[in-house]
Design a protein around this ligand. Sequence first.
Ligand SMILES: [Zn+2]
Length: 99
Amino acid sequence: MKIYKVDSAENICCPFCDKVVLSNESESEPEECQHTLLIATDEGVEYHADHFDIEELEEKTEELSWDEAISAVDNPKAVLIKTYAPAPSSFGAYYLFEG
Ligand SMILES: [Zn+2]
């Protein structure tokens, strides 16, 4: 799995179809595309595709942070984009895509 870190001020775009999944304009809601497997933050899941095994991931977050659990997803075709809000919050958001 490829993992990219993107500045939290940037748009989040699908690496496969270039759709803007999260615009950096204020108050915008995520809009998933057909490649989106998962949208999650440090507080939990915002969206997941029907075929994505969310229960396995949630089990892992009992011991790991969301960041660690999502980074450990074993899917060679997937691309993970991470963003972190500026310190001191450093709040993380995670966007997982599969081509
Ligand atoms: Zn896409």
